[in-house]
Design a protein around this ligand. Sequence first.
Ligand code: UDP
Length: 478
Amino acid sequence: MKKTVVLYPGLGVGHLVPMVELAKVFLKHGVAVIVALIDPGAKSTDFSAAVARAKTSNPSVDFHVLPPPPPPPAPVDSNSQQVAASTHHVTKIFKLLTAMNAPLRDFLRSLPSVDALILDMFCADAQDVAAELELPVYYFYASGAADLAIFLNLPSRVAGNTSKMKELGDSVITFPGVPPFKASDLPNEVIGDGEALPAIVGMFDRMSRADGILVNSFDSLETRAVQALRDDGLCVPGRATPPVYCVGPLVSGGGGGEKEHECLRWLDAQPDRSVVFLSFGSMGTFSGKQLLEIAVGLEKSGERFLWVVRTPRSPDFSYGGPLPEPDLDALMPEGFLERTKDRGLVVKSWAPQVEVLRHRATGAFVTHCGWNSTLEGITAGLPLLCWPLYAEQRVNKVHIVEEMKLGVEMRGYNQEVVKAEEVEEKVRWVMASEGGEALRERVAAAKEGAAEALKEGGSSHLAFVQFLKDLDTATVQD
Ligand code: UDP
């Protein structure tokens, strides 16, 4: 009988996009698949827009929107007194996702048959639903193998002492399969005030007990990390790491917008490989001061550019909340737009990134190192200028620059601003130097490696086939 799997991507744009690509891989292998979606309500217009794009550009994929969870009870202390709810964005996301267990359970029960539940990492509490319904449970890890090698280690590193991570400061730390790096490059949620850390540790602990983990990467991109994940006891000390299947790169083909974006027509008029593209993920924003530095650097570089600019996020906007369209006249240096109009385009808020990266006129990518952006850049054959901002991006930067050697870092990423001089210098370097050309050649080789991995008989194809075989014999975890 035809298998059915349910994919549960949670609430991040960067987690939804590759999971929809995974859905298409299942379809190609003759497995029925349903993507169970959470309705974020009016709070995340970005996520709703991403869902709309995913639906339009993937008519073959079956999406099901879960009903909202019942309203949460007011939090109380041990004396039954009402207390303020946590305001930390990660804690709030976990709470919402845990509350979604009930509608998810009802939905899964309503299906004639389900063979596996495949979770995004933030949906770890849905493992309880899988256990209750006696379903095998897998994860789809939307970041790379090297990140996974680090974060599966986290529960044993933290060992119940959440202040320990903060105390590491700038010291150099080591994990299996990845180059040593500064502890300050770990996500803020791990090294910060510790409020979200127990939930994050719990999430990776649960993941380490799943039936397996599908990873959006490919063996030849992250050889050492993949090997470390396959060596039992290395990444999850004292226990076997669940089977890890590198099935990527799963990169969206783009499209799904209402009409062709004006920036693609602008690119059509530019010479081959002449434009630097600057884009900072689904949530990246800069201060007004930083935007000015970037503008000055781009202008002085003399290179062509296409730059996605968002309104600076003031403390009034919660993490990831909707932002108004930027007022470019107010945000850019006086006369900048006019002076650069023949060689530069500033796009407000959102560009069709995949199409831009694959356009023949695009020559380099200034990226915040989100994992989807990283894979999209590599599979477009573009050298990366790494400017990490949030989540696990600083760690991704370490992998890209030091291990894969497919990018160089913007040194000022961990200071108040990256200076205009550095923007100018790096943009010139990547577009018009021997070093930049050598970097381009290395990315071209990685791009070929990606295509090889996805071919029939390639490592990612074989990993997926192995996953389907293992699914036949999967046992139910706690
Ligand atoms: N993206 C886009 N246009 C933009 C900004 C982002 O299409 O202007 C897409 C990008 O192509 C990628 C996703 O949004 O698929 C961002 O995912 P990533 O993992 O890079 O970063 P995150 O959103 O998690 O920060």
